[in-house]
Write a protein that binds this ligand. Sequence first.
Ligand SMILES: Nc1ncnc2c1ncn2[C@@H]1O[C@H](COP(=O)(O)OP(=O)(O)OP(=O)(O)O)[C@@H](O)[C@H]1O
Length: 492
Amino acid sequence: MATVAPPRRSREESFRIHDDVPSTGDTEMNEHDFQDEEVDDGETERGHEAEQVEEQEQEEQEEQEEPESEYTESSDDDMAVDSNIQYDMDKLQDSFPGFRSKYRLIKRIGEGTFSTVYKAEDLAYDRYDNSWDFDRDSDKWTPPPLKSYSSGDHQPSRRRKPKYVAIKKIYVTSSPTRILNELELLHDLRDCENVCPLITAFRATDQVVAILPYFRHADFRDYFRKMTVPDIAIYLRSLFTALASVHRQHILHRDIKPTNFLYDPESRRGVLVDFGLAEREGSECKPCLCHDDYQTRKARLANHNPKATIGGYPKQDTRPSRRANRAGTRGFRAPEVLFKCTEQTTKIDIWSVGVILLTILSKRFPFFNSADDVEAMIEIATIFGREKMKEAGKLHGCAFETTIPTIGSGGFSFERIILWSTCRSDSEKTLPADEKLAVEFLKRCLDLDPRHRISAEEALEHEFLQVGMLSSSERAGDDDEMDILQVRASIA
Ligand SMILES: Nc1ncnc2c1ncn2[C@@H]1O[C@H](COP(=O)(O)OP(=O)(O)OP(=O)(O)O)[C@@H](O)[C@H]1O
């Protein structure tokens, strides 16, 4: 008798509440999920030899189907794994009953402050609803993938190619509240464009793993220096698309940086990952002067310690130190985070994108290299100058004073910084038109005042982010020679 395939269902439907984990609606981690869904289709009991032959066939087929990228790492999937990593992988597989029948761990792909991430094959792919699958629905990507990578160009495959996932093993030292926060936010953001969705999550005693779609990407350091202006615009469009949907839900990512935006320069697709520091706007907030109107702020500043504006500082400062969320990565923190603003908004993420853009345009990574927040402030002040920093500080009720000689009163323009850092010849006194437009956009992202800084929605409308986009007539046409990197005539 033929085996009837079980109905496909969402993996989230299989989440189940476990006694130790507080109930949070749909998003629950379930340590038993591996155990109770074995399907007796004769597949799970196959011999090791048969599996090896099949893996080899799959890999050969994959090679034919996916042109090897200049940047990507898929070809080293078969390389021997270091014995320590293998030990950790074995331990992980043994922590969860039934793990091996669901996932085949391949290699370690990332190691961060809070987690280790592994690439794995999703062995149970066909038994679930896979609406998360990046490759199934490529139309939803902005911009559309390059012609040569669209599925229509390939021969119909003999068999389904293996489906990969990223397994994020969150360190047991992370607080349960923090882990739950990340999973809940990912659950809320599951339908957001260019955001890496959560497929499911499991817990076994103190160990939690999150299962995400595996996203092929390149190391930022390998491609950022080669990016043309249209490449930059396409990259940022993808990042701002993600941020616009995250910010629409009033969520701050808090850790925007190149390693958290996985980008494949070949297909020009990118996804935002790592919501470990993310938070909802307004959570743990106290009113800050920056949300008052000008008159109220002026009055409150005048009432508040009038002597403090005269140079110097009290030796015995009895005032309690200000507390604010400063989570994030060195070099990417917005000035209001450094000034300990107690009412931070989604605009902190825009600043971080500005730092990425400055990095690409100046071809220097990392652009800011501070050891702590004071150094970070000095670096920003060197660019913007004393006067603007004073204004920025006042906005949050802080006085900015410095006698450091390298911090001038007026600072330097971004154009000059980019000309210096990219070592242009003496004859190049200004940037070309397309880079000037990029700098205009950069200024909107790196505005010291978060109220005037561009929002993600506004950024998507900015002229710079239209560079490199196909017009609708071009998209409809079938001219193979068409170059999607063409800079729009208006910029030339
Ligand atoms: N879905 C994915 N597909 C492919 N690779 C991924 C995926 N998710 C994460 N990675 C890889 O793992 C790395 C670490 O992931 P992530 O940023 O989520 O962990 P983290 O511990 O919070 O790291 P960090 O401390 O650097 O912020 C990423 O930079 C990326 O290289």
